[in-house]
Ligand binder design. Structure first.
Ligand SMILES: [Zn+2]
Length: 139
């Protein structure tokens, strides 16, 4: 266990996303109401440079699932663009932009940055999962 290294990694972590990409994601989320919306975020390191708006196959206001087909398609698109999957986006139409218990569970199997948009206060917040949920800055 090396606490020093993990601490350093956390300190450095942030996510950079453009205002225009945030606008696309917030508009997409508003359009998908009352259900949660979701997207795969492509980029390099801590910078988002491309979006893949995906379908929430659960059609639920409190959960989301991206189909395996779209996940595979997303990873293929990233490879073609020579980018990485740097984040997963979803919306909370009726709650704050904080990971739910279900989100926490899925964050364990998808260790990328999770960006959540709140339909209530129109806030974007970003999180990673270390031993617990850690909020990281969006720039
Ligand atoms: Zn959620």
């Amino acid at each position: 266990m090396d606490d020093r290294n993990s601490q350093r990694r956390i300190d450095l972590q942030k996510i950079i996303i453009s205002e225009s990409d945030k606008k696309i994601l917030s508009e997409y989320s508003e359009n998908q109401k009352p259900n949660e919306s979701c997207a795969i975020l492509f980029g390099k390191n801590d910078t988002v440079s491309d979006l893949f708006l995906t379908e929430n196959i659960e059609e639920s206001p409190v959960n989301f699932t991206i189909s395996n087909e779209q996940l595979i398609e997303g990873y293929k698109m990233a490879e073609e663009k020579n980018l990485d999957v740097v984040g997963i986006f979803h919306s909370h139409p009726d709650s704050d932009a904080f990971p739910s218990n279900t989100d926490k569970k899925f964050m364990q199997s998808n260790p990328v940055v999770w960006i959540i948009y709140s339909g209530i206060n129109k806030n974007f917040r970003a999180f990673i999962l270390e031993s617990d949920i850690i909020e990281i800055p969006i720039e």
